[in-house]
Design a protein around this ligand. Structure first.
Ligand code: ATP
Ligand code: MG
Length: 461
């Protein structure tokens, strides 16, 4: 065992390693299968199955995969076999992290309890598992799963490249412009007008604002089919069904319309969100999602799985307060590793506006990534006609403001968390505020400056 692998094993919390069986063929690189099993007999069964295959090198550990395992797996792994109960929320979180982390391109087999139902099995496949074997483990099933994993291994790197990016739009208060920006960004991306090459599989916008969604309305699209139909048919959700409930806009953007009626927020099950995202990632290059203003278990799940979260706010004390709340909520719920694009929308230039922007940035503890100017007449006309902005006026300032957002969307998936960018700036108040997030004290530095600060953080709010 290499040092790296030994260190990784120690860090994962896996309690003990079983003896490794090496079925390495005389020539060629063997497939390295890492199995994390719940019991010693299960490890033994895996070794026996692996020994029946040429070119498979197997290591089986007894334990449960921890977040450390999914975030920093041992190097050189070609396939993973996980022994878990898919009805256990924690176990499924591990699978999701695995799909989003460094092992995203590695085939994963799940060993599940015999009682696992068909719907759960489908979910596992939607999440990208190459096979599911049931307990008690049979050599023939494991053999078949390993053959599939080996075959998939060669194609998985390409599949990973084809995995679409998910971009979630959050609004810091009603009317901030999240839907407007999601719709307009979607139209530009779909029309290939955003300098993003290779959007061959297209762009979709999923309106998950179940109580107040207006994406279809903003594009003048028929909203008779949409999210409500998807939720009704959640137990037979597949790629075909997903496409069938979308409506295509002339720009090429596919839209999943929000329900016509106001539905309770808990009408969406987190598992349906998982399936929907997994399918949408397969079917589209870019998946934009308009979220409700309220946090729910399923919106948390969307943010957790997003490659980029776009937080849209307007200038004003209330906008700043709401944006802070979202940023703080993300931090408190362990979502601060998710890349965040902070957008100031409807920005009006006036005397001293730059200083005001800086003031807000200090209050938020990070700079804006994108500032979109206000042009109510233009945006209103685009919405009323259901067209992209450039159909109303070419080269508008609002569209130029959107370019930075489009660039961030195009780069989403491989970006470092934005927090590191903020820290690198250093030498000003931003650094101090970020240190506070790390538990080192805080934003006192800029609060003590004797200038007018309407957006200053107020303790306890
Ligand atoms: N850059 C902009 N300049 C001028 N007006 C804008 C701009 N962006 C959005 N608007 C206007 O703001 C209004 C609210 O926008 P939108 O519906 O997108 O907000 P939201 O964040 O989705 O909030 P909600 O979902 O609560 O309606 C719209 O009527 C739109 O015309
Ligand atoms: Mg909206």
């Amino acid at each position: 065992m290499t040092d790296g692998r030994r260190r990784a094993r120690e860090e994962t919390g896996v309690i003990r390693q079983n003896g490794a069986v090496d079925a390495t063929p005389a020539a060629g690189k063997p497939l390295f299968l890492l199995a994390v099993m719940s019991s010693e007999p299960a490890c033994q069964a895996v070794h026996e199955a692996a020994a029946t295959l040429d070119g498979v090198r197997c290591e089986a550990w007894v334990g449960a995969p921890s977040p450390a395992f999914t975030d920093a797996p041992p190097p050189e792994v070609d396939a993973v076999l996980l022994d878990l109960d898919p009805d256990d929320v924690g176990a499924m979180t591990v699978v999701q992290r695995l799909r989003a982390g460094p092992l995203a391109a590695v085939p994963v087999i799940v060993a599940a309890p015999a009682t696992t139902c068909a719907a759960t099995m489908r979910r596992l496949f939607h999440l990208g598992m190459v096979d599911v074997v049931l307990h008690p483990l049979r050599a023939s099933d494991l053999h078949g799963a390993l053959v599939r994993a080996r075959a998939a291994g060669t194609g998985m790197a390409g599949a990973q490249e084809r995995r679409g990016r998910v971009v979630a739009f959050l609004k810091a208060g009603g009317g901030a412009g999240a839907t407007t920006l999601a719709v307009q960004a979607g139209c530009l991306l779909a029309a290939g007008d955003a300098g993003t090459a290779g959007e061959a599989r297209g762009v979709c916008l999923l309106d998950f604002d179940v109580q107040a969604g207006t994406a279809a309305l903003f594009l003048d699209l028929d909203d008779r089919v949409g999210l409500a139909d998807l939720l009704d048919a959640a137990d037979r959700l597949d790629g075909e069904l997903l496409r069938s409930v979308m409506t295509r806009h002339d720009s090429g953007l596919h839209v999943l319309a929000a329900p016509r009626e106001v539905l309770p927020l808990d009408v969406v099950a987190p598992e349906v969100v998982d399936d929907c995202l997994a399918l949408a990632r397969c079917a589209y290059d870019t998946v934009l999602i308009d979220l409700p203003g309220a946090w729910t278990a399923w919106s948390h799940r969307i943010v957790q799985n997003a490659d980029l979260v776009v937080l849209v706010m307007q200038m004003g004390v209330d906008g700043v307060r709401r944006a802070r709340r979202h940023i703080e909520t993300m931090r408190r719920h362990g979502l601060d590793g998710v890349a965040l694009c902070l957008v100031l929308n409807r920005h009006r230039r006036h005397w001293g506006h730059r200083a005001e922007v800086r003031e807000v940035e200090r209050a938020l503890g990070r700079p804006f990534d994108c500032i979109v100017p206000s042009d109510f007449a233009l945006v209103r006309e685009a919405i009323d006609r259901g067209v992209p902005l450039h159909a109303v006026r070419r080269r508008s300032k609002v569209e130029s403001g959107l370019r930075r957002l489009l660039a961030m969307i195009a780069g989403a998936g491989g970006m470092p968390p934005h927090g590191s960018v903020v820290l690198q700036r250093g030498g000003n108040g931003l650094r101090a505020i970020n240190s506070k997030a790390a538990g080192q004290g805080g934003d006192e530095e800029w609060k003590s400056r004797p200038t007018r600060r309407p957006y200053a953080a107020t303790p306890g709010r």
